[in-house]
Design a protein around this ligand. Structure first.
Ligand SMILES: CC(C)(COP(=O)(O)OP(=O)(O)OC[C@H]1O[C@@H](n2cnc3c(N)ncnc32)[C@H](O)[C@@H]1OP(=O)(O)O)[C@@H](O)C(=O)NCCC(=O)NCCS
Length: 215
């Protein structure tokens, strides 16, 4: 039997992480067409509203129902604007290990949103879902993403040589064609005991609240 994550939302101090909705489609398409998202992830380029619709209504829900992981739309609690995505993927239910990917919309960067949302998902994964390992694979030159990993307490484990593909275009031609180039990936990981407050030993103030969507 395939295991699946529950259909839940997670609240933090400033954010609500919830399943994607049709209303997110325009903001999702805009975020996916950003330069850094194109450079460092494998999303389609250009990314159309049809791509966003397929992701929000079919691909993201299937990640959960087919047991591979779970996709969260990250929204600002106060404005309800879409600020990013957090995606658990390649989940191994026997090992109780999962891999996390994330992005923040360009206008929302530098506010600590990626670290806040990734940390909340990690705490929920370890505490509520009793997982034992979270893994991140980050292109060697993706400084911003390595900073997120470091900030939430991940340990760098080593290099997967030539294991990834990123996209680049010449600095002198910012409107030019993207070229795919191979890159090393840095593997980072987080175990429950790496968190400042290990799961199950908190004071009741774990920094996140998870709730089922039907509540
Ligand atoms: C990586 C990314 C998600 C970071 O999002 P963010 O919400 O701006 O990140 P945060 O605000 O939580 O920043 C976390 C830390 O990283 C640092 N940081 C963020 N962007 C940085 C940059 N461009 N250069 C150096 N440090 C950076 C912040 O200063 C912060 O550290 P601090 O609190 O000690 O100052 C965002 O740049 C992005 O969407 N990039 C494109 C997609 C991508 O690369 N995804 C990851 C694929 S593995």
């Amino acid at each position: 039997m395939t295991s699946t994550f529950p259909d839940i939302s997670i609240s933090t101090e400033r954010l609500v992480l919830r399943p994607y909705e049709e209303a997110d489609i325009p903001a999702l398409a805009e975020m996916m067409n950003d330069e850094l998202v194109t450079a460092w992830t494998s999303v389609a380029q250009p990314y159309t509203e049809d791509d966003a619709r397929a992701f929000a209504t079919r691909i993201a829900p299937a990640e959960r129902t087919e047991g591979r992981g779970i996709v969260f739309a990250v929204t600002e609690f106060l404005t309800q604007r879409l600020v990013g995505t957090v995606h658990l993927q390649n989940t191994d239910w026997r090992i109780r290990s999962s891999e996390i990917g994330y992005m923040t919309a360009p206008w929302a960067r530098g506010e600590g949103y990626a670290s806040e949302s990734v940390l909340a998902v990690t705490q929920w994964l370890f505490d509520d879902q009793k997982f034992e390992r979270l893994e991140l694979r980050i292109a060697a030159d993706n400084t911003a993403s390595q900073q997120v990993a470091q900030k939430i307490g991940c340990i760098s484990e080593g290099v997967l040589r030539n294991a990834g593909i990123v996209r680049s275009r010449p600095e002198e031609d910012p409107g030019g064609r993207w070229a795919e180039i191979r890159t090393d990936l840095i593997v980072w990981s987080l175990l429950p005991e790496d968190l400042d407050v290990p799961p199950g030993r908190g004071s009741g103030d774990e920094g996140y609240v998870a709730f089922a969507d039907w509540e």
